[in-house]
Design a protein around this ligand. Sequence first.
Ligand code: ZN
Length: 453
Amino acid sequence: MLIHGGTLVCMDAARTVMRGDLLVADGRIAALGPGIPAALAALPGARAPESFDARGALVLPGLVHAHLHLCQTLFRGLAEQSDLLRWLRESIWPLEAAHTEASLAASVRLGACELLAGGVTCVNDMGTVHHTDVLGETLAETGLRAIFGPALMDQGEGVPARLLEGSGRALEQALALARRLRASDSGRLSVSLAPRFILSCSERLWRDVTDASREHGLLVHTHLAESPIEGGEVKAAVGSHAAPYFAAHGVLSPRFVGAHGVWLDAGELELMRAADAALVHCPGSNLKLGSGIADVRAWRRAGVRCGLGSDGAACNNRLDTFAEMALAAGLARAKHADDPLAAADVVALATCDGAAALGLAHAIGSLEVGKRADVVVIDVSQAHHAPFATRDPYTTLVHAARASDVRLTMVDGRVLVERGRHRTLDPERCAEEARVEAEALVARAGLAGGVRR
Ligand SMILES: [Zn+2]
């Protein structure tokens, strides 16, 4: 496919922005720059490629969503006005424990409709304890690039028995799934280990996860330093905050991806940097749960790799990277009025830096010849972008663009959404399936108004 006539926002090291075309072949970016149609026409026996008109649009590497819980999409709007620990114990864990294979698949599909329509091409997803095979099969159906793994939890106040009892097997199943995917898949899907957070995981579990991550090269995806109340309970439970605990137990490594990090101090950031561990900023979730405001400028200044995510739909409630970019920029400005994050740095969080945080910088995150063709096209020709949409494309993307401006979402050279039409999912059917499954799930969980009474 030839994507022609757009403004290419490459997100390469030089931050190249140019008018031009992008040629996709065999799932990769084959060429980019001005004059590709003419070069193609000059080739002997050249076949005209399928083409996509990107005039009036920005062409970007696909958006990387670095912290997500697709199993929670069915819980959207069910658990409001809560803080982190109450929200988990009274609502989210009972709901996750009530998932069946069918409700989990419906939850994943519903989230994927929204993500793909909004230009997300790669997700780092924390599953629930059970049904990780179904999570992987459903992600495969959607066409998304994904790292996913079971949430691991083997202790903790308020954790339902059904989640606790699955944990021993969940780690074994994740390792088996990782072996299967390595043997069979194109590399689009891969497995992580996702111990939920310190309060739900024993020292033994952290050790097992750390050993398995090292042995099999798998990401460790977890939460840390999210809210002050959680921090207090962590300190009471293990005698220190999360980052020093992880450092002391060898959990931090280049394969570590920690969501939130709202309350990390300078010394803890230095532990993250020294281990080359990554953090994921989830500003919408942090605001809605009242957790606080992460200092992403300080993360970057400390040299910590970092990406951007929305977290799950139960605590945001949008799965919308554009909304998160605007929040990230605004909050950084409020924290550092004189020296905020540049708009280009915010776009980087959602593209090249997010890919690097997930260990995927060699394959995705920028428009460069040879990289996988994960590409999005964003229309900036409408009134809400006028009059200077392409003068500073980063500002346009962060402060004016909306998920509904996405015109093309492509993963591995395969078109998944084109001008609002999904190729792998039927959003109306997914929404209907979600309504049916969510009602049955709430009844199984025994929740009134989303909260266990
Ligand atoms: Zn989360």
